[in-house]
Each structure stands twice: as structure tokens, then as C-alpha cells.
Design a binder for this molecule. Structure first.
Ligand code: NOJ
Ligand code: CA
Length: 681
């Protein structure tokens, strides 16, 4: 697939020169020619800049590193060599938002060297795609640079436009594991933010997203400004306990720094740039990796009717679990998550993090018997591993735990990391944690286990290499509606998530709460004026199954809240693995209308959500195949529905349609609509 673009004549000419030609400025263009990167030496510093259709998006921006115990690698540089190649390949994903991905780019590698005494060298490798660019540093093995400790990465993103950004902060001592509500405003007022950082340029016709890809052995990247009122963002790395950001040894590669671009907001999703910058799958046989819907002994703990710890309200009992398994089997769900099954939850489970056992059950939970029962019913138990950030405690047990789960035929784990710092004092997003999360992914692959990680490292496309890394949280999910103390997620939340968090990868948001006012909470806890509740309509909960992509998708409510509810049929029917995804209409923070076709079948689904404003869309069904008759099964907000005081009515109807039809999709304030298009029999 790879070929070198330089002509033989050019190569010979270059060879003829004893010294490689010294170039000051080199350029690279995407296959369609629209995205251009210019790499330059300016006053001895290596810089890059980016344009789209010749319009500057990123002005010349510095590159380099600061080290602990060694001078910065930034000044007095010269370009010693450049190489180019081009690549064009399609691959089929084992699962995803789309089945097929085209990896088409032009690449430029720029080798640079210090001109002073130390002569340290590195290569900047850049790939230009039609949907954005990626670049990374490669530090070759060399006498002047062996073991190193990075104290700062000096990569800048000097933005040309005072674009509007949607962001969550990164400069807090506590970062709540990214579980925060988004703000938006011009880049000039940002301080320190997390990625993906999504921006709409002032012309309203260009969108940019800064993120990273293939984070394997490095610290997570945030973005920060040194001075307010500028548009100069700089990479900021999460520290380990001793303040070092990255410790390594040459040869070494950093993650890719990525800038996704699109002309229309609807083209931002699905975001595939990061996947293209991760290596192909390391799992040869992926047949055991199966997207699925699941239920769980979970919401009961969040609304206080059950406990994780032992006692009269213990959720994870053999009896409860059998009931959930029966419910899953009766409704075609693949998994049952059980939290609070293992010893260690009693007392303060965040402080007592080293007390968790990942093999020993509470006496009222018979793991082997339940595993066998689930298997008999064609369901799998999703084993819960909350670490509370006790990393060594988890790693010590990981082989025995995973071996146990495998011996019982259990192939999925939901893990958790509720802690700002690990028990060893490292930041949640440090290199130490990056390495840990990676080790767990690889261990899980070895034991045939799929992963759903809560409080995860942010997603940088690992699922391409390790497709057992299926879903993760890493944002404010449904759980906040149960207890957040600020009234829950506002109605605009999910329409921001779609263009921020979801551009990194799948999210285990856990949709599907039907008891929107949480009347099942009979625990007697005091009802406050900001009483927790779900600030959506019920139809919007259904639409979230199509909008918020996850290959592991939960029906989060208590089973009893689904019994006898016609709207539950949509959750039973909706697919979790997609061949095609089309974002039909959207505005960040306001609304999203998306259609997806199931993998391996003709059925299409549509999900539409809105913020606190009601909206009407006229949707052409041109995504359906021409000449085929379909039935649209519509789950719409019912008469007078709205999130605030009438969230429950859902109007269910069926209509014959074809690709020539148009549908009037009416959303209530805080509402949504979910549609299944099945071929007519
Ligand atoms: C936070 C997770 O997001 C939630 O899903 C889980 O139930 C609790 N931690 C306990 O592990
Ligand atoms: Ca969480």
C-alpha cells in the first residue's frame, strides 16, 4: 500500500549531494489539496502552520520539549532531511459507527538537528488527510539523547481565528474525571481546557477539533494559555507524582496531535481521524468481541434504593441477579452488569480503595452459579471492577481475577476509577495511568475480555488496535441526574456531547431512564427544590440510543420501570452496531438529527434530540435505498409533552415510507424522537 512519491531521478539527485540539502520551509497538502501544512525554521525554531483553502487556521506555532536535567530541545534547529510518502487503504472495522474506513493521506517527515554542540535530533512526522492533520515527534536513539524526562511539551496551536469553543476546564486541582458540564465562548477567553476541543470559526463555515491519537506511553494532553486575550494554546501534560510529565528512552514516539476540520458541523461526526492514526488491530480473531445492549444492578444504587455494600438493601444478591438475567433474556439483551458483588464496598469505598477484592464475592452473591445460569439463558454477566484509583491493588489481582472470569465464561468488564489521584499520588491523567489503562486493555485481550471503562483515560482511538476496548465514560453521564446536587444535566447537554466528547469515541452514557422524576426512589431521602430528575422527555431518552454511540449500550432504568411500557419496544429493537452513519442536521448545543443503518441489515434508525427549545424538522428520507418500501415506527413526544412538567407522553405510530418521502419531525422542549425504519414485509 505504501509508495514513495519522490521520482527516482529526484532520489539520485539528492544522493549526489554529499550533505542532505538544508531547507528552511517545506509544505504538505492533503489528497484533495485543501489542507496544507507548512513546516519552517524561524529564528532557529521549528514551526508548523496550517491552512485550508489557503486560509490560515493555525498560524506558525512552535514545537519542542523541555526536559528535567537537560536543556530544552527547541532552539538552534535546522532541517536536515525530508521524506514523503502517500497512503491509501480501506479497512473494515470489527464494529463501529461505520463499517468501512478509508485511510488516505500524504505524509511528510521532517528531520531536524540542533546546530550547537549537542546536535540532538528528532523527526516531525505529519500526515495530511482530507478531514484534518496529525503530527507527532519521533526521537531516534542517539548519543546525546537516551533516557529523558519531559517537564513540558512546547507544542503550540496558534489559532488564526477567535473561534467559538465548547470546553470543559483542565486547570482544577480536581478535574472530576472530565465529568463536567460544557461552557462555550471565544478562544480568547479560554484558560485551560480538555480535548477534544471543538471550535466553530467566526464565519460559521469551518469547524476545527484539537485532540490527540494513539496515546500509549505518554501523559494526556490538555491545552492551556499562558496569557489571556490571546489565541495561542499550548500543550499541557498531566504530571506524575514527582512533577515529571513523561519519562522515556529513545527511540521514542509521542502520540499524534490532531486537528480535525470540516466545512459543516454535520461533517464532524463520526470522527475517524484518530482511528486512522492508530495501528491496525492486534487481535487476529475478533469473533468473540460483540456489541450488545445490557441491563444492570446499577441505577438502584444511584437512586438510593439499593446499596453497593452489604446489608438489607444490598443490590448484588443472587436473587436480584437471577431476576435481571431473566429480564435480559426475555428482552434480547446480551449482558447484565452487576455492581457491588465483590468484597470491599463497605465503609468509604473511595478511601478504602486497597480493600477491594476482585475475586471474592459477598456471601449473598453466588458468582459461579449465576455465571452458569446466565449462560444457560444466553446472557453474559458484566463483571464490575471498581478500583477507586487503587492501581497497585488492582494490578496485583488482575491475572487471578481475569483468569477466574474467563474460567466462568464471563467476557466483559466494566471498570471504574473514582479518584482524582491514584493511591500512588499520580494524576488521573498522568503517564503512569496511561500505562495502567493500556496494560489492562492488553491483559483483557489476552483473557478474551471486552472493556467498558468508567473514569477512563480519554479516548485516543485505542479501539482500532485493541477492539476489545469498547466503550468508556469520561464525561458527565446519566448518573448525574440521580445525585448531582445541581439538578442534573441540562437539556442542551447531550447535543454538546455529540460534538465534543463523542468525537473522541464511544461513550457509555447509559440512556433509557423512563422514571424521569425518579419516583422509584422510595428511600425517604429528603426532597430538595433542586430534586434530582432527568431533564428530558421520555422520547428523548429513546433517541439517545441512536444519537450517543456506544457498542455497549445500557437500558439503565430498573426493569420494573420498563414492564408494560410500549416505548420499551424501541430499546429492544434498536441496533448497537452500525454500517453507516449520516448526521442530517445539527447545531452544537441546540439539536442533532442523525440516521444510522444497522450493521449487516437493511434497517435504519433515526434519533433527533433538542435542547430546551421545541423544534420541527422536515427530514428527507433519501438515505433509504431507492425503490424499497419501509415502515417508519415513530416514537415521538406526545401531545403537550415537554421536559419541565410533562415529560412522559410518547406517541407511537407507524407509517409506510420510501426514500422519496419526507417526515415532519416535531420535538418538544427538551424532547426527542426515535424512529425505526424496517423494510415492509
Ligand atoms: C462511577 C461510575 O460512573 C458508575 O457507573 C458506578 O456505578 C460508580 N462509579 C461505582 O463504581
Ligand atoms: Ca462516573
Amino acid at each position: 500500500m505504501r509508495r514513495f512519491s519522490g521520482s527516482p531521478a529526484f532520489a539520485l539527485a539528492a544522493l549526489a549531494l554529499a550533505v542532505p540539502p538544508l531547507r528552511a520551509q517545506v509544505g504538505l497538502a492533503s489528497p484533495d489539496g485543501r489542507n496544507q501544512v507548512t513546516v519552517d525554521i524561524r529564528e532557529g525554531r521549528l514551526t508548523y502552520g496550517m491552512t485550508r483553502d489557503r486560509r490560515p487556521l493555525v498560524l506558525p506555532s512552535d514545537l519542542g520539549f523541555e526536559f528535567r536535567g537537560a536543556p530544552a530541545l527547541r532552539d538552534g534547529l535546522r532541517i536536515t532531511d525530508t521524506t514523503r510518502q502517500t497512503h491509501d487503504e480501506w479497512w473494515t472495522q470489527p464494529w463501529g459507527e461505520v463499517a468501512r474506513v478509508r485511510d488516505h493521506y500524504n505524509e511528510l517527515a521532517v528531520a531536524v538537528e540542533e546546530t550547537g554542540a549537542s546536535r540532538r535530533r528528532f523527526t516531525l512526522r505529519i500526515r495530511a488527510f482530507d478531514d484534518g492533520i496529525g503530527f507527532r515527534y519521533e526521537l531516534p536513539e542517539q548519543p546525546g539523547l537516551g533516557a529523558f524526562q519531559i517537564s513540558d511539551e512546547l507544542t503550540e496551536f496558534n489559532l488564526a481565528d477567535n473561534a467559538r469553543a465548547w470546553w470543559i476546564p483542565s486547570n482544577w486541582a480536581r478535574m472530576d474525571r472530565s465529568e463536567m458540564l460544557y461552557s462555550s465562548g471565544p478562544v480568547s477567553v479560554l484558560d485551560s481546557v480538555q480535548t477534544p476541543l471543538t471550535m466553530e470559526l467566526q464565519d460559521g463555515r469551518t469547524f476545527m477539533v484539537i485532540h490527540e491519537a494513539n496515546l500509549v506511553d505518554y501523559a494526556r494532553m490538555f491545552l492551556r494559555k499562558e496569557r489571556t486575550e490571546t489565541r495561542l494554546l499550548r500543550a499541557a501534560l498531566a504530571p506524575m507524582a514527582d512533577g515529571v510529565k513523561v519519562s522515556g528512552r529513545t527511540p521514542f514516539e509521542t502520540p499524534w496531535r490532531t486537528i480535525q476540520v470540516a466545512d459543516r458541523v454535520t461533517d464532524l461526526s463520526p470522527s475517524l481521524l484518530g482511528l486512522k492514526l492508530n495501528p491496525p488491530s492486534r487481535i487476529a480473531n475478533t469473533s468473540w468481541i460483540k456489541p450488545m445492549k445490557y441491563v444492570g444492578i446499577w441505577w438502584g444504587m444511584h437512586i438510593n434504593t439499593m446499596t453497593w455494600g452489604s446489608g438489607p438493601k444490598h443490590g448484588a444478591t443472587t436473587e436480584h441477579t437471577r431476576r435481571y438475567i431473566d429480564f435480559a433474556a426475555a428482552n434480547g439483551f446480551g449482558g447484565v452488569l452487576v455492581e457491588g458483588w465483590n468484597v470491599g464496598w463497605d465503609g468509604d469505598w473511595i478511601q478504602n480503595r486497597n480493600a477491594f477484592s476482585f475475586t471474592r464475592s459477598y456471601p449473598d452473591y453466588d458468582l459461579p452459579a449465576l455465571a452458569a445460569y446466565a449462560k444457560e439463558k444466553g446472557v453474559g454477566i458484566i463483571v464490575h471492577n471498581e478500583t477507586s484509583g487503587g492501581i497497585q491493588n488492582y494490578e496485583r489481582q488482575i491475572d487471578s481475577a481475569f483468569a477466574l472470569y474467563r474460567s466462568l465464561g464471563l467476557h466483559a468488564i466494566k471498570s471504574g476509577y473514582v479518584a482524582d489521584n491514584t493511591s500512588e499520588g499520580h494524576s488521573h491523567y498522568s503517564q503512569y495511568m496511561v500505562r495502567h489503562y493500556r496494560r489492562v486493555i492488553e491483559k483483557a485481550a489476552e483473557y478474551g475480555i471486552m472493556l467498558d471503562v468508567h473514569e477512563p483515560m480519554h479516548d485516543t482511538g485505542e479501539r482500532r488496535t485493541w477492539p476489545n476496548m469498547m466503550s468508556r465514560e469520561g464525561s458527565r453521564g446519566q448518573e448525574y441526574n440521580a445525585w448531582s446536587g445541581d439538578g442534573g444535566n441540562p437539556p442542551e447537554h447531550e447535543s454538546i456531547l455529540f460534538f465534543t466528547r463523542m468525537l473522541a469515541g464511544p461513550m457509555d452514557f447509559t440512556p433509557g431512564i423512563f422514571d424521569l422524576l425518579i419516583q422509584s426512589d422510595t428511600s425517604g431521602r429528603p426532597r430538595r427544590p433542586d430534586q434530582p430528575r432527568i431533564r428530558t422527555t421520555l422520547a428523548k431518552q429513546l433517541a439517545l440510543y441512536v444519537v450517543l454511540y456506544s457498542p455497549l449500550q445500557m437500558a439503565a432504568d430498573l426493569p420494573e420501570n420498563y414492564e408494560g411500557k410500549p416505548a420499551f419496544q424501541f430499546i429492544r429493537d434498536v441496533a448497537v452496531d452500525w454500517d453507516t452513519t449520516r448526521v442530517i442536521d445539527a447545531r452544537i448545543g441546540d439539536y442533532v438529527v442523525v440516521a444510522r443503518r444497522e450493521r449487516g441489515g437493511p434497517t435504519w434508525f433515526l434519533g433527533a434530540i433538542t435542547d430546551e427549545q421545541g423544534r420541527t424538522f422536515d427530514v428527507p428520507l433519501s438515505f433509504l435505498p431507492a425503490g424499497r418500501r419501509y415502515v417508519a415506527e415513530i416514537y415521538a413526544d406526545g401531545p403537550k409533552a415537554n421536559w419541565l412538567d410533562n415529560p412522559l407522553p410518547v406517541a407511537i405510530s407507524g407509517h409506510p415510507v420510501t426514500s422519496a418521502s419526507r417526515l415532519r419531525v416535531v420535538l418538544a422542549p427538551g424532547g426527542g424522537q426515535a424512529i425505526r425504519f424496517r423494510p415492509e414485509k
